[in-house]
Design a protein around this ligand. Sequence first.
Ligand code: B12
Length: 269
Amino acid sequence: MSGTSLKQEIVRKCAELDIPLVGCTPVERWDQPLFEPWVPEEFRPRAIYPEAKSAIVIGMPVSLPVVDTAPSIWYYELYRTVNALLDQNAYRIASFLTGQGFPSVAVPRDGYGSIAILREKPVAFFSHRHAAYLAGLGTFGINNTLLTPAYGPRVRFATIFTAADLPPDPVISEPLCIRCMRCVDSCPVHAIGREDYPAGLTDKKACATRSEALSKRFISPCGICIKVCPVGDDRAVYLREDKGMYDEGDDRFAPYTHAAKHVRAYGSR
Ligand code: B12
């Protein structure tokens, strides 16, 4: 099968699995740094899976109205559901490609044993954010997440390394982040810097420490920096375009405040 028909088959399979975002990138893109500091060599696909020729990145959204209650048991549950689907779907795509004669492996959506481990060393062996960026799915925001046109940062990723040569998707060059600083100002532990990358990089330890505390209450991850982001067509889809809904004291948004308060009152600490 040619690379083009194989890619069409992957895109068709993703549609069948309800995966709305899919992008492909040759692994050579990791060797041409697009900003500094760039992904260290040992974190690149070929260093992890030497047979890799392309990386396929899939993205599945977390629903905005659920994220709007975060931190909450509702987002906690959704996060787990989307994580399970991502891992299963990435596995299925890798198995399909291997069966077609192109050895492939799926990288887990996270890749860490516990938040306590992240507090010591807050890094995984592979970064899906960079993979998604190189596969043309979005651009980095000031909150260090990857913003996508359809869902802003409210999307999670998994990556498949494959020995297949697949036609690449173009990297998005125009930044999607509008630098409104809502994420910076809303972070409860002031973990997000106001300055450009790398100076403004997230304080991973502060973020992970908060996440650890929230997980004991069954309301992790925090999610506030992705909830308040105004980027993403999902805001229009869910009729939640007015960013004033995150400002305190505006009565127009009382139903949302009450909904979040109610959800937070049950099933978690
Ligand atoms: C560790 C981790 C965390 C930690 C640390 C936070 C952080 N800022 O990285 C905690 C638990 C706190 C966390 C929180 C969150 N996370 Co998180 N997290 C990860 C995880 C598992 C690993 C990231 C990683 O280490 N990559 C490898 C390194 C090399 O890359 P990097 O961190 O991107 O580092 C680059 C730069 O930051 C810089 N750098 C900075 N410091 C260092 C240190 C070293 C040693 C190195 C080598 C490089 C480096 O250089 C690197 C290359 O440019 C990824 C899943 C994954 N495997 O990709 C999810 C992931 C990044 N998280 C995600 C999300 C959504 C979140 C949260 C919003 C919570 C949530 N789930 O709702 C918050 C957002 C925090 C924020 N604003 O940054 C998503 C992002 C999706 C998106 N749209 O971008 C990911 C990709 C999970 C997924 N499968 O979708 N996360």
